[in-house]
Design a protein around this ligand. Structure first.
Ligand code: NZQ
Ligand code: ZN
Length: 394
C-alpha cells in the first residue's frame, strides 16, 4: 500500500426533504449572504430553488443568485459569479445541481478570494487556502463533485477543458435528497452511472499491486452500481434504487476508493479533451466510448488484474486462458455501458473516419498540457498512444 494523505471534510444531510434544511444548517455555520448558483432550468422548474430560498429566508440568510450553468461549465459565467461575490460580500457559495454547477461554484469560490483572473489559477494550479466555503444541493448523481477536491472548467476561447484540485474546495456540506433525481431523463441517469463506475475503474487499474482494503471497497461499489442501474432506469421513481445510486456516486469519487494506490486517470484526461473538442459531448457518454478502448489498448500490461475484475464484477468463470478472461471482462464492461443506452463508438458522438484525424490534431496539444507526457499509471502513455486509443474508439 502506497503512502497517502487524505481528508474528507464534507458533512452530509441525506434523505427526503434534505434541501429544506439548507437554511438551518448554513445558519449554524455562520452564513450570512449566499450565492445561489444553478443550471439551465431543472432547479427552477421543479420548484427546488424556491424551496431553498424559503429555507434560507426562514433562517435569516440573504442571497444573490446566478443561474445558467451549462453542462461542461465555462469560465465566462465563473467570472460573472466571482464579480457578484466581490460586489455583494458573499460569504458562502451554494451549488444547486450536478457536477457542472458544483464545479462552476468551486471555481467561483476560489476566484472570489483571488485578486487576479480566476483562469490564472486553472493554468498555474497554484495551491490556495483562501477559498469561500461551498454548500451543495445535489440533483444528479454522477461526477461526485459534492465531496471531491476537483473542479473541471472549460475555456471555449482557448478550446480547453482543464481541472483544478484543492482540498480547500471540497464542499463543507452536501444536501442529498434522492427524490430530486426522479426527474432525471434516462440519458442523464445513465451517463451519471457510467461516470461514477469509471471513477472506480480509474482507481482500480493502476501500477500498484493489490491493495485489498481499497480493492474490495471498489468492487463492492461496482457491484452495487451494476445491480441498481437497471432498477433505476426501469423505475425512475424507485426511492431506494435512486438512494443507492446517489450515495454510490459520492463514494466513487470522494477518495476512499483510491487510497494506497497511484490511480490512473488517463481515460478521464482523454475524455475531457473530447468534451473540449465538442462541448455538446456529455462526460459520461464520452467515457462509455473511451474506457473500453483504453482497456483494449493497455490490458496486456497486467491481464490478471482484468481477469480478477471480470470474475468479481461480472461473475466470469476462469477459462484457464487469462488473456481471454481479460478480454471477456472488457467486453462485459462495454456491454454494461451499452445496456444503459450509452454510445460505444466515437461515431455515435459525431466523430467519423473523415474527422477523426482533425479531432486528434485538435485534442493532443491540450492533452499534453493537461496531462503531461507520459501520462497514466497502469501503462505509461505517449501522445501517439493517445492518438491510437482515439482511433481504436472509432
Ligand atoms: O442545467 P439543468 O437544467 O439543471 O440540467 C442539467 C444538465 O442539463 C440536468 N439535470 C441535473 N439535475 C437534474 C437535471 N435534469 C432533470 N432533473 C434533475 N434533477 O442534467 C444535465 C447534466 O448536468 P451536469 O451537472 O452537467 O452533469 P454531471 O453531474 O454529470 O456533471 C458533468 C460535469 O462534471 C465534470 C465533467 O467533466 C462535466 O463537466 N466532472 C467533475 C468532476 C469533479 N468535480 O470531481 C469529476 C468528473 O470526472 C467530471 O470530470
Ligand atoms: Zn468523471
Amino acid at each position: 500500500m502506497e503512502n497517502f494523505e487524505f481528508v474528507s471534510p464534507t458533512y452530509f444531510v441525506f434523505g427526503k426533504e434534505a434541501e429544506c434544511k439548507t437554511g438551518e444548517k448554513l445558519a449554524e455555520r455562520g452564513a450570512q449572504k449566499v450565492l445561489l448558483h444553478y443550471g439551465g432550468k431543472s432547479a427552477k422548474e421543479s420548484g427546488l430553488l424556491d424551496r431553498i430560498k424559503a429555507s434560507l429566508e426562514s433562517a435569516g440568510i440573504a442571497w444573490v443568485e446566478l443561474g445558467g450553468v451549462r453542462p461542461n461549465p465555462e469560465i465566462r459565467l465563473v467570472r460573472e459569479g466571482v464579480a457578484l461575490c466581490k460586489e455583494h460580500g458573499v460569504d458562502w457559495v451554494c451549488a444547486i445541481g450536478g457536477g457542472s454547477v458544483i464545479d462552476s461554484a468551486k471555481a467561483i469560490a476560489v476566484g472570489a478570494r483571488y485578486e487576479g483572473d480566476v483562469w490564472e489559477i486553472y493554468e498555474s494550479k497554484e495551491p490556495r487556502t483562501d477559498i469561500l466555503p461551498i454548500a451543495v444541493v445535489l440533483t444528479i448523481p454522477a461526477a461526485g463533485s459534492e465531496a471531491s477536491k476537483n473542479a473541471v472548467i472549460s475555456n471555449d476561447e482557448l478550446g480547453m477543458k482543464t481541472g483544478y484540485a484543492n482540498n480547500g474546495q471540497r464542499p463543507k456540506i452536501a444536501f442529498m435528497n434522492p427524490e430530486l433525481t426522479f426527474t432525471l431523463p434516462p440519458f442523464q441517469t445513465a451517463a451519471g452511472i457510467t461516470d461514477m463506475f469509471c471513477h472506480l475503474l480509474e482507481r482500480f487499474f493502476d501500477d500498484v499491486g493489490s491493495v485489498p482494503v481499497t480493492d474490495n471497497l471498489c468492487l463492492s461499489i461496482m457491484n452495487t452500481v451494476r445491480a441498481e442501474a437497471p432498477r433505476v432506469l426501469a423505475e425512475p421513481d424507485n426511492y431506494d434504487a435512486r438512494a443507492n445510486i446517489m450515495w454510490a456516486g459520492m463514494l466513487c469519487h470522494q477518495g476512499y476508493a483510491g487510497v494506497g494506490r497511484h490511480e490512473d486517470w488517463a481515460t478521464h484526461g482523454m475524455e475531457h479533451e473530447l468534451s473540449a473538442y465538442d462541448t455538446e459531448i456529455t462526460h459520461g457518454a464520452g467515457l462509455a466510448v473511451m474506457f473500453p478502448a483504453w482497456m483494449e489498448y493497455v490490458y496486456s500490461e497486467n491481464p490478471d488484474r482484468f481477469a480478477f475484475y471480470g470474475r468479481e464484477v461480472f461473475g466470469l468463470r476462469p477459462t484457464g486462458d487469462v488473456e481471454a478472461d481479460a478480454l471477456s471482462a472488457i467486453d462485459e464492461t462495454r456491454a454494461f455501458f451499452a445496456s444503459l443506452g450509452m454510445p460505444t463508438t466515437l461515431g455515435e458522438l459525431g466523430i467519423s473516419e473523415d474527422t477523426i484525424e482533425d479531432a486528434i490534431d485538435f485534442m493532443l496539444p491540450t492533452l499534453k498540457i493537461n496531462k503531461g507526457e507520459p501520462f497514466g499509471s497502469f501503462k505509461k502513455l505517449t501522445m501517439e498512444d493517445a492518438a491510437n486509443i482515439y482511433r481504436l474508439a472509432l
